[in-house]
Design a protein around this ligand. Structure first.
Ligand SMILES: Cc1cc2nc3c(=O)[nH]c(=O)nc-3n(C[C@H](O)[C@H](O)[C@H](O)COP(=O)(O)OP(=O)(O)OC[C@H]3O[C@@H](n4cnc5c(N)ncnc54)[C@H](O)[C@@H]3O)c2cc1C
Length: 537
């Protein structure tokens, strides 16, 4: 990563007296908002607590290996007119390239049977109908796809409403969102149960639930539909790795006179007379700005960053803080001294369900006791997806294995120092790591004996590096109630304080990207989506 793109706060870089806007956190939501404001001539300061910028798009290295932490595939990058692609091209000046994962992007394994998710709607439907050939199942598959599109069609109002001023929202409400609300209120399980009795089919259709972190009986159908459709035209991976997202957005922020600081934790938002005026850094330094944007997540912002005396101004603060957070995760980062080609690593991700078709029960059983079988084992092969991996790390490759975890399992070590958390913590991690590796060897047996190093992260690692209070994987959870919360939007009751990031839209690279567009639109009081689309033509 080019070190010229950001500076360390510790090294006392030049910080201006005043900025047009300050972004708290350097996740994709913040970076997108910052870039769009910079393109309007605004001088923006991005303050990131971690020593590497990018939020969950950052990468880390160890012994000549590199891993991404929160990006394994992104959909919707193939079509020229895709909104996500157009926005990415806009904020990166077309410098970010995407590598296609090929025909198969996800492999779902239910017990011993493997189902491939193939690229392209028709191909996907045809393949599913080959797996499930009865007439009733074929009808259910058609109906399922129809419903995904219905949700998609009605979702526009949901996003539009987030940027309308309050009075407009109230008068336009009766005319908007009805279709979307109907789907948002239903769980994924309710919708799937309404179209099929075949448990195996429903388990396959809901197999990507790990992408939004809630099993079928808990998640709103709208988040399921958004994710399923998002990937229907295949999976894509940033050429050069996920750090290229930061590397290609940052220049636009810097060239408008902005700064990006790492190791720059914000302690509090400076609020005077009900108006945000800047930020107070962890060391007490005050940096002033006209606008403050928090991309640190709703819980962190409302719990930690709003000064006590300003909290009563936010009427929905308790409701927001009572919203459930997603569960935590374990991630096993693996390094191998062979290339992806030599090891025959696939590009497709595995979604392994060792317990069978009941995702809800599997999750509940595991969260109750981690000695139970993993409810899902997700395996990603970044070295196979990234065409530049070999150039950067010759003769090497990497793999990541992810599953669910509870913060409480590791809570007793939360105050210990990273890397020095003690023997008991290391023993527990080793036990879990070995169990995860065994799942990898079942499906890729050639890898046994080939692993050079591995390191397991836990929810306290996530807290340490990305600051999420309970090390949650995806910020706020996605139950039906989430979609009724009108305060999940850029504007806040504090004048000139705005929110951005996954919590105000939905989880995912696409969700975070769009949150940044919505936040910049709310700040500039303009329809930036239209502007971006027009300028792309
Ligand atoms: C394991 C994992 C796998 C994932 N895989 C995918 C995938 O394959 N595809 C996909 O689309 N999405 C994926 N996601 C989701 C996606 O990465 C996130 O939804 C998205 O990146 C969140 O962006 P954000 O803008 O909300 O900010 P975040 O990335 O959450 O960043 C917030 C930043 O704010 C900083 N911060 C917090 N408090 C402060 C403070 N007080 N001062 C300064 N800085 C602060 C944090 O350190 C952090 O860097 C994955 C996520 C995880 C965790």
């Amino acid at each position: 990563m080019s070190h010229k793109l950001y500076q360390s706060y510790k090294q006392r870089p030049d910080i201006a007296e005043h900025y047009d806007a300050i972004c708290i956190g350097s996740g994709l939501g913040s970076l997108t908002a910052a870039s769009l404001l910079a393109r309007k001539g605004k001088k923006v300061l991005v303050c990131e607590k971690h020593t590497t910028p990018g939020g969950f798009t950052h990468v880390f290295t160890r012994n000549d290996y590199e891993w991404d932490v929160g990006l394994h595939y992104v959909g919707d990058m193939d079509r020229k007119g895709s909104l996500l692609r157009v926005v990415f091209e806009h904020i990166t000046d077309k410098n970010l390239k995407w590598a296609d994962m090929g025909e198969v992007y996800d492999k779902v394994v239910i017990k011993d049977k493997t189902y491939e998710y193939v690229k392209g709607l028709q191909n996907w439907k045809t393949r599913m109908k080959e797996y499930f050939p009865t007439e009733a199942d074929a009808r259910a598959i058609d109906k399922y796809v129809e419903l995904l599109f219905e949700v998609n069609k009605t979702s526009k109002d949901f996003y539009t409403k987030k940027v309308l001023p309050d009075f407009m929202r109230i008068i336009s409400s009766p005319f908007m969102n009805n279709g979307y609300d109907k789907f948002a209120r239903q769980t994924t399980k309710q919708v799937l149960d309404s179209i099929s009795d075949n448990e195996e089919l429903k388990a396959v259709l809901s197999a990507q639930f790990g992408d939004y972190g809630m099993p079928p009986s808990k998640s709103s159908f709208v988040i399921h539909a958004a994710v399923a459709l998002h990937y229907m035209n295949g999976g894509f991976y940033p050429v050069g790795g996920s750090e290229e997202i930061f590397n290609t957005i940052a220049p636009s922020i810097l060239s408008a006179g902005g700064n990006i600081l790492v190791g720059a934790g914000v302690k509090e938002i400076l609020i005077e007379n009900g108006t945000a005026k800047g930020v107070v850094m962890q060391d007490g330094k005050v940096i002033k700005s006209d606008i403050v944007i928090s991309g640190a997540g709703v819980h962190i912002t409302y719990k930690n960053l709003i000064p006590q005396e300003s909290k009563p101004k936010i009427k929905h603060i308790d409701e927001a803080l009572n919203m459930p957070q997603s569960f935590g995760h374990l991630s096993l980062y693996i390094g191998l001294k062979h290339t992806a080609e030599e090891l025959n690593l696939p590009k497709a991700n595995y979604w392994i369900y060792p317990n069978g078709t009941d995702h809800d029960k599997a999750i509940a059983d595991f969260l109750e006791d981690y000695n139970n079988e993993f409810p899902v084992v997700y395996i990603s092969f970044p070295a196979a997806k990234n065409p530049k991996f070999e150039e950067k790390y010759p003769g090497r490759s990497t793999i990541e294995i992810i599953t669910v975890a509870k913060y409480d399992w590791f809570k007793e070590w939360e105050t210990t120092k990273w890397k020095k958390r003690g023997e008991e913590y290391d023993i527990l991690k080793e036990k879990l790591a070995q169990r995860l590796l065994e799942h990898l060897y079942i499906y890729e047996p050639q890898l046994r004996g080939k692993i050079d190093l591995y390191e397991l992260s836990t929810p306290i690692t996530t807290k340490h590096f990305c600051n999420y209070i309970n090390g949650e994987i995806y910020g706020l959870d996605h139950p039906p109630e989430r979609f009724t919360k009108e305060f999940l939007k850029p504007q806040t009751p504090i004048k000139n304080l705005f929110l951005t990031g996954q919590d105000i839209v939905t989880v995912g690279i696409g969700g975070a990207l769009m949150s940044g567009v919505l936040t910049a639109s709310a700040i500039t009081k303009s329809n930036l989506i239209n502007e971006i689309v027009k300028s792309s033509k």
